[in-house]
Design a protein around this ligand. Structure first.
Ligand code: ADP
Length: 497
């Protein structure tokens, strides 16, 4: 018998699963998104759980985490593995569940150390996926939809589908998979599939297998009831061979159930007023505090404040995706002009070394910090005049939206979410809030930087760009409402014949 279909206003019971969730653990935008989505959905009145691994340091930073009496004791290949369950309730309607397993998760890094992936990542995250499914099954409030994020949780839709179709759990929750970055698929030796304890007939080229290996993201793409990506343009791009990372054919097959939803910005966190990370407040009405932040940032980075020069900045993972191959030569060319550049980043040691060399060549105009520093990220976003984001591809990108909010004009390559969130003068003179370039080349980026230098010479025009950016609305409520539509569609696909 089918259940009556929920009306558009009925609160939903939702379980989000992600390896990273801000403010608990973060390496990139995934954490910002899952944390903010969970909070926004709970604010909207839904019953929300978020499940994530208990990584090192969380219990120290959140001493009010509570351990629950809960037994997992799950099969993992030919063994059984147990874990602890810890919970945190940061706001009404939102419970964060932490899967505690010292050997798997109490480590220096989330996925790697010193640039080397942990050898047992398949085991760690297959186990985590099983814990998510176990919670989905036994939590007393019975989630209706499980929303998973990226490869680390992408086996959950397959596990749930299996339980629904072959193990008699007819009311198993429906699933939604959000692809935050198709470049990371969770590919492991084929033998690791045995850890799932699933029948081997799912290990085939249109499900969990790719060229003899286990591909976690592919399994999720093949089996989730609904698929989303984090911007409308990226949703179109990944259907093409250029951006599809070998999975375009499968995504095209699932196109009717794929939707792009631009991430929102957590404006409580990314706020120019009374922000503990910033030395001064400012607003769209009074930008004077921004100059104070700029001067403080220059001093913090060890650069001279005088003479006043346009300041460009970047906060980024040092990865090929982020366009460092064109950023470095473009800066070598452009630093002949009067400008300064600051960068905060972590990742590839080769890029870090190249950036250090750039700093050594222009010691009074370039400052580079290698590492992860949330406070400095805010000060760079706020203290710079221009923000550089020349990505090769960009599923959504959050930093360009943060810089818009902070009155820092973004210079972006017109791909993915960068194209969806930034408006160039060629699209609308009145609404322009940033500078876009198209070709992936140092010359095209240098040309865009030259345009910025011209804009800097015209303060009234620059103010208009800043105002347009600061007034742009990427609030989470709108994004969360779009996800709720997707969840309702997912529920409906399991409703009556
Ligand atoms: P991605 O998720 O691909 O790395 P996004 O632009 O979507 O890129 O999100 C990056 C997030 O991570 C932003 O919140 C950004 O400020 C933060 N971030 C990236 N690198 C650093 C760093 N080295 N220190 C502090 N924050 C960083």
């Amino acid at each position: 018998m089918s259940e009556p279909r929920a009306s558009a206003s009925t609160p939903l019971r939702l379980l989000l699963a992600s390896s990273e969730v801000h403010p608990y653990s973060k390496t990139g935008g995934l954490a910002d998104m899952t944390g903010a989505l969970g909070r926004a959905l709970a604010r909207a009145g839904h019953r929300v759980g978020i499940v994530k691994p208990l990584f090192r340091g969380v219990r120290e930073r959140f001493p009010d985490l509570q351990r629950r009496d809960w037994r997992f004791d799950l099969p993992l290949g030919d063994r059984r593995v147990d874990a602890e369950l810890w919970v945190h309730e940061p706001q009404p309607g939102l419970t964060v569940y932490f899967i505690g397993h010292g050997a798997y998760f109490d480590r220096e890094g989330l996925y790697n150390e010193n640039g080397v992936d942990y050898a047992d990542n398949a085991e760690r995250f297959i186990f985590f996926c099983k814990c998510v499914v176990h919670l989905a099954r036994y939590l007393p409030w019975q989630p209706e939809v499980v929303h998973v994020h990226d490869w680390q949780t992408a086996l959950v839709p397959l596990l749930l589908m299996h339980l629904r179709t072959r193990e008699g759990w007819a009311t198993a929750p429906r699933t939604c998979l959000t692809i935050h970055n198709l470049a990371y698929q969770g590919i492991f030796p084929g033998a690791t599939y045995a850890l799932t304890n699933l029948p081997w007939d799912y290990f085939r080229a249109d499900c969990a297998e790719a060229y003899g290996q286990l591909n976690c993201l592919k399994a999720g793409i093949a089996t989730a009831d609904r698929l989303t990506t984090v911007s409308p343009r990226y949703a179109r791009e990944i259907l093409t061979e250029e951006f599809g990372e070998g999975l375009a054919w499968l995504l095209r097959r699932r196109q009717a159930h794929l939707r792009g939803i631009l991430n929102g910005v957590d404006y409580e966190e990314w706020n120019t007023e009374r922000n503990p990370h910033l030395p001064a407040s400012y607003s769209v009405r009074d930008l004077s505090g921004k100059a104070v932040v700029k001067a403080a940032l220059l001093r913090e980075m060890g650069l001279p404040v005088e003479p006043p020069l346009p300041l460009f900045g970047s906060v980024t993972r040092l990865a090929e995706q982020k366009g460092l191959d064109i950023l470095l030569p473009a800066l070598h060319e452009m630093l002949a002009a009067p400008m300064r550049f600051v960068l905060l980043g972590s990742g590839d040691p080769g890029y870090a070394e190249a950036l250090r060399r750039l700093q050594a060549r222009y010691p009074d105009r370039v400052a580079v910090r290698i590492g992860f520093d949330a406070g400095l990220a805010h000060r760079i976003e706020a203290g710079c005049d221009f923000y550089l984001m020349p990505s090769r591809f960009e599923p959504c990108g959050l930093n360009q939206m943060y810089s818009l909010r902070y009155g820092t004009v973004p210079i972006v390559r017109a791909v993915g979410g960068l194209d969806d969130s930034v408006i160039d003068a060629r699209e609308s003179v009145a609404r322009a809030n940033g500078i876009k370039f198209h070709e992936y080349s140092a010359a095209a980026l240098a040309h865009a930087i030259r345009k910025a230098l011209v804009l800097y010479q015209h303060p009234d025009l620059l103010r208009r760009y800043q105002r347009n950016g600061m007034n742009a609305d990427f609030s989470w409520d709108r994004t969360a409402a779009a996800y709720v539509e997707v969840y309702r569609e997912a529920c409906a696909c399991g409703a009556a014949p």
